[in-house]
Design a protein around this ligand. Structure first.
Ligand code: ACO
Length: 326
């Protein structure tokens, strides 16, 4: 049976307990002869702290905690779930998917489970796929998770990138609904930009070929991100027959406060409508949007019935937006 809409019925998130401030990181980098400061990081990025997972903790471990909280807030049991999509660029293994591993940790079996790899746009990609599967009758109760352990792929000898990222997970329960939830979405990719943000290493014959650490041209990413985030938001609003004035909250990928404020400004949205967690989480890639959403919901800021614009942008290059009624 098909339903006209899908709607978020619960949110959850999880941060590993180890909180690393800019000063902590600066001290650690100093032992390698690398100089940075709280002032530089805050001024350029808005980041004050991030969380790092313990070495044995995987994306599916973080995703499991976030999923449990999302199910609880939706009033659902794991056995109600009939689709699992995990957005991650730091999966537990080359294969199987972190979604399959998460499914087993949740104590269920049988429903489809797969990962989506679109780096920092992963969550808006995953939400769009889940929405389509629900509206065409392939699922009724989906768990959509963004989970990352980016600390594993950071080059702690490169101060221009290692100060930006953190670990964490966020999740939503998306269910079939007669009432509008997801209103429209707009996804894109352009592989010609692969070189400006990538982890080039890959496994071959039992060895890792190429560097398995994150490489980024920060200024190129910055310029591209602000432009495509504005375009994706406008395209999504047009598809839904809405305008900027209809947006109650903008929840962009939490990459850098300057990119986020630049996007809000281009959309003529007041700063108060921007949800910000990058200050405490750093950039958690595919986890950043559901983490920010869950925090905003749990703090009482974002309320049921309000209209949210979620926006992702990241390696690929990939970008996209989802407009929804909560
Ligand atoms: N501490 C101290 N100094 C630093 C650091 C640091 N951590 N990093 C760089 N610097 C120095 C540089 O060496 C350079 O010094 P120099 O002038 O003596 O050569 C100076 O600061 C300026 O460096 P820039 O790279 O020009 O700094 P910029 O203002 O561009 O800021 C940043 C760098 C923060 C990475 C910025 O380009 C940016 O925000 N880009 C967006 C990238 C992003 O957010 N990516 C996230 C992943 S992608 C995504 O999620 C969309």
């Amino acid at each position: 049976m098909t339903t006209p809409y899908s709607r978020i019925t619960g949110t959850g998130s999880y941060l590993p307990p180890r909180r690393v401030t800019n000063d902590d990181l600066a001290k650690e980098l100093a032992t390698r002869g690398i100089e940075t400061s709280d002032q530089w990081i805050v001024e350029r990025t808005g980041i004050h702290a991030r969380h790092f997972a313990a070495p044995e903790v995987t994306s599916s471990d973080l995703g499991y905690e976030a999923a449990r909280h999302a199910l609880e807030s939706a009033g659902r049991k794991a056995s109600d779930v009939d689709l699992i999509i995990v957005a991650t660029s730091t999966p537990d293994m080359v294969f199987p998917s972190s979604a399959a591993i998460l499914q087993h940790k949740l104590g269920i079996a049988g429903c489809p489970a797969f990962d989506v790899q679109a780096v920092c746009s992963g969550f808006v990609y995953a939400l769009t796929v889940a929405d389509a599967m629900i509206r065409t009758g392939s699922a009724r109760c989906a768990l959509v998770v963004g989970a990352e352990v980016f600390s594993r792929i950071l080059d702690f000898n490169d101060r221009t990138t290692c100060v930006l990222f953190g670990d964490g997970a966020g999740a939503v329960v998306l269910e079939a609904s007669q009432e509008p939830g997801i209103l429209a979405s707009d996804l894109h990719a352009d592989g010609k930009h692969v070189g400006i943000l990538c982890v080039p290493g890959h496994v071959s014959g039992g060895n890792v070929l190429g560097t398995p650490l994150l490489h980024m041209d920060g200024q190129a990413v910055f310029k591209l991100a602000v432009r495509v985030l504005e375009e994706a938001a406008r395209a999504t609003l047009a598809k839904a027959g809405k305008t900027e004035a209809d947006i109650d909250w903008l929840i962009p990928h939490q990459a850098n406060i300057r990119i986020m404020e630049g996007t809000a400004k281009k959309l003529k949205l007041p700063r108060e409508k921007l949800i910000v967690t990058v200050n405490e989480h750093g950039n958690t890639s595919a986890a950043s949007i559901p983490l920010a959403l869950d925090e905003a919901v749990r703090s009482g800021k974002v309320k049921k019935g309000e209209t949210l614009m979620l926006e992702g942008v990241g390696g690929g290059f990939t970008w996209g937006a989802v407009l929804l009624n909560l």
